[in-house]
Design a protein around this ligand. Structure first.
Ligand SMILES: [Zn+2]
Length: 266
């Protein structure tokens, strides 16, 4: 029996090893190809201004003031003020559970990782209260293999097409409750099991809009993951094969902050 199966196992081992090696080689050459333009890079962050969609309830969210002009001072500078959770931003683990990592303390290695893209545009188009079920993640894994440790999982709902229309993006009902899709706690539990680095979405929040308890926030931030919210259009990202570089502002003690997210395309 063993003699019969051993060559099969060797072939499998070799296939797995060469897949791993080719993935590494691919990601290495992807980085090298950036300056020459051989590797395409998507910028998944919105430019910051006072025209973005804020979370409801804050009267003030961004302000920029000119401090010096070329004409008057010979140089140009501004100062700015903004909420930590405004525009494309990162939620540090400390955003919800007490005593957790602040934005400046997130391990650098957690900010680089393969992108796992879960496309729920069809489901979200039919149901604005859609929550990604764990089964949909398992279905992704059937097609692409197990979600690797250190991956950054992005939920592609298509909501970016509504940006920056406040009405359409928040999608509030008469009572003020928002309606946009998000992750379910079951899906979040699975991501924690897979030891992913972070979760991201093209909506205002990782939790669906109508959430009152922010259960996914408590769960995944509590497990040390970070969140990327209000990511720009994800439509050009493949379901697997892209590599993400996540660069949040290094704000001491911050609950989160603006983030620049780059996707290197295969
Ligand atoms: Zn946030």
């Amino acid at each position: 029996m063993g003699a019969i199966f051993r060559p099969g196992i060797c072939v499998l081992c070799f296939a797995a090893l060469s897949m791993l090696l080719s993935q590494n080689v691919r990601h290495d050459s992807m980085l090298e190809g950036v300056p020459s333009g051989k590797t395409r890079v998507l910028d998944l962050s919105y430019a910051i201004s006072d025209k973005l969609v804020p979370w409801p309830g804050d009267a003030k969210f961004f302000e920029a003031t000119v401090n010096a002009t070329i004409e008057k001072n010979g140089y140009f500078t501004r100062s700015f003020w903004m909420l930590e959770h405004y525009g494309t931003h990162l939620d540090a683990p400390a955003h919800f559970p007490p005593g957790k990592t602040t934005v400046d303390q997130i391990a650098v290695k957690q900010l680089f990782g393969p992108a796992v893209v879960i496309d729920v545009r069809a489901e979200s188009g039919k149901d604005a209260d859609y929550r990604l079920p764990a089964g949909r993640v398992e279905e992704w894994e059937k097609r692409h293999g197990r979600i690797p440790e250190g991956a950054i999982v992005l939920l592609r709902t298509g909501w970016a097409s509504r940006w920056p229309d406040v009405q359409k993006y928040r999608n509030q009902d008469a009572a003020g409750k928002m309606h946009f899709p998000g992750f379910s706690t079951e899906a979040a539990k699975l991501m924690i099991e897979r030891k992913v680095s972070g979760l991201g979405c093209d909506t205002l929040s990782i939790d669906y809009g109508a959430s009152e308890d922010f259960a996914v926030h408590h769960l995944s931030l509590g497990a040390g993951l970070y969140h990327l919210e209000n990511l720009a259009d994800l439509s050009e990202l493949p379901e697997t094969g892209a590599f993400l570089i996540v660069a949040p502002i290094k704000l001491e003690g911050g609950s989160g902050g603006p983030v620049r997210v780059f996707a290197l395309l295969p």
